[in-house]
Write a protein that binds this ligand. Structure first.
Ligand SMILES: [Zn+2]
Length: 197
């Protein structure tokens, strides 16, 4: 235990995901000895992410204006909609270069143990988008783990009766993992090999 500002920083860092007490202490002392210009850049980046970044009003991806870059791009197809859990999954899929449609970011997956049900996700907004009739295929690209599968199954049951093709990424993705950890080639192949559910 230290006193004052250094302990405050250790405490705040320790609340970040994936940062244990030892890492928090190491980072705090790194900051203490770092060049003031570097620390200022970090502080500015932290403030800017809260001030400037918001969520796209259409797909709920991260955006710096009303709509995100994907939604603003007129060259992309409105007929294929890819449903993902988090903005980081959009980045992972964009990296494959396989997809030229639009996205819908749910903001998580159904997880009863953590009290996350369908109402906590952007599912109502998804139904609204699908309901306009423009979407011909819905790709369920939730994570290949228990929560992601449960979410995909729930959405398939809900949306298939609306008369559009509903597909799921092909197997070959590491089971139990996160979409973002799949390499570009594996994820690209899973995209090409998607199948109807
Ligand atoms: Zn968007």
């Amino acid at each position: 235990m230290y006193e004052g500002a250094i302990q405050d920083l250790i405490d705040e860092l320790g609340r970040l995901p994936g940062v244990g007490p030892k890492s928090a202490q190491r980072i705090a002392f790194h900051v203490l000895s770092a060049d003031p210009a570097d620390v200022n850049r970090l502080a500015t980046a932290l403030r800017k992410v809260k001030d400037l970044v918001r969520f796209c009003t259409t797909c709920f991806n991260v955006a710096e204006s009303e709509q995100c870059r994907v939604c603003r791009d007129p060259r992309r197809s409105n007929e294929v909609l890819c449903v993902v859990e988090e903005p980081k999954d959009v980045v992972a899929i964009e990296r494959t270069g396989e997809f030229r449609g639009r996205y819908h970011v749910l903001g998580g997956a159904i997880n009863p143990l953590e009290g996350i049900g369908p109402d906590n996700l952007k599912i109502r907004e998804l139904l609204f988008r699908v309901g306009t009739g423009e979407v011909k295929e819905l790709i369920l690209a939730t994570d290949p783990n228990t929560e992601g599968e449960a979410t995909a199954t729930y959405l398939a049951l809900l949306i298939k009766p609306m008369g559009l093709a509903v597909t799921r990424l092909a197997s070959g993705l590491p089971v139990g993992g996160d979409l973002e950890y799949a390499d570009e080639i594996t994820l690209g192949r899973a995209f090409e090999g998607r199948r109807a559910v």
